[in-house]
Write a protein that binds this ligand. Structure first.
Ligand SMILES: [Zn+2]
Length: 149
């Protein structure tokens, strides 16, 4: 496990950053599927359909397709990521109000001088909590249980 990355494999972290860089100046967004052992197994790049360049909304059609594919494989969606091409790697006030699934980890890909940074959060009741590591996901029935206990 990578401390502070909520168990995110390095290749997924790199993929999030690559997606963020490709989508800039618009925000990029995507989902992460977890297997039955709560290990992240697949990163899905999603289309951001929000009309505001500083916001994101996952394409509902793609969202539906990804949930179906994940269920067919015995996976489930456990995390969402999005980027802040001009902002820090932490949820914005709009993100806190967005009503994201409260069981998901929210990875925010922020930009700062010198590069991009990925940070994981739980957002509940419009409050963000930064996940810190090391976090073991493999024994937990959900990807955040160890963090909450
Ligand atoms: Zn945001």
């Amino acid at each position: 496990m990578i401390p502070g990355d909520a168990g995110l494999p390095e290749e997924m972290r790199s993929a999030m950053i690559a997606h963020a860089a490709a989508a800039a100046p618009r925000e990029a967004c995507g989902l992460v599927a977890y297997d039955r052992s709560s290990r992240p197994v697949r990163l899905y790049r999603m289309t951001n359909v929000h009309p505001d360049p500083d916001r994101f909304e996952i394409s509902p059609v793609e969202h539906f397709e990804v949930i179906q594919e994940a269920e067919e494989r015995g996976w489930r969606i456990g995390a969402v990521y999005h980027s802040h091409p001009r902002g820090p790697a932490r949820p914005s006030p709009a993100d806190l109000r967005a009503g994201l699934d409260e069981d998901w980890i929210s990875f925010v890909v922020g930009r700062r001088p010198g590069g991009w940074k990925v940070a994981p959060f739980l957002i509940r009741k419009e409050t963000a909590r930064r996940l810190a590591g090391p976090i073991s996901l493999t024994r937990a029935p959900s990807p955040y249980q160890d963090v909450l206990s």
